[in-house]
Design a protein around this ligand. Structure first.
Ligand SMILES: [Zn+2]
Length: 160
């Protein structure tokens, strides 16, 4: 188990377009395992490589549902539809939550840790989490999409 150091905003790496992953080796598998440990340690539902200082197109999402951990390498949104507006946060912005509008449904193509391509459809909160992480890989932060920040009182209902 290895917990990586989280990069907090502001940092150039968080606003950098990430590079495609071309080598699917043991080092990548170890990195994904470390990202999982780090996400769990900090109570996140997703983590992107720039958040641990790497400009690689690698992200993980786990919202605690039956799907489990989704590993997104070189992900691409193929289709999206609908709209949802709800509170969102980010491990790189402690204690900051805002309302963000995202697609309600997405279809994503990505590679797994072995380099195998797969497609995945997701809706509602899972779609939100996936799009948030893919944005990270393009250097886009959720704060650029917040329409309204939540007040401390509103936060009590969101954060346990
Ligand atoms: Zn984030």
């Amino acid at each position: 188990m290895a917990i990586r150091k989280l990069v907090m905003y502001p940092a150039d790496i968080l606003e950098t377009q990430c590079q495609q992953v071309r080598v699917f080796d043991k080092k990548l598998a170890k990195l994904l395992n470390d990202m999982y440990d780090t996400m769990i340690e900090f109570d996140g539902v997703g983590l992107a490589a720039p958040q641990i200082g790497l400009d690689q197109q690698i992200a993980i999402v786990d919202i605690g549902d039956e799907i489990g951990t989704i590993e997104l390498i070189n992900p691409e949104i193929l289709e999206f539809s609908g709209e949802q507006t709800g509170p969102e946060g980010c491990l790189s912005f402690p204690n900051l939550y805002g309302e963000v509008t995202r697609p309600n449904w997405v279809k994503v193509r990505a590679q797994d840790r072995k380099g195998k391509f797969y497609t995945l459809e997701a809706e509602e909160f899972l779609a939100r989490a996936i799009v948030h992480e893919i944005d990270h890989l393009n250097g886009i932060l959720f704060t650029t999409k917040v329409t309204r920040y939540l007040t401390d009182e509103e936060l009590e209902g969101v954060v346990e």
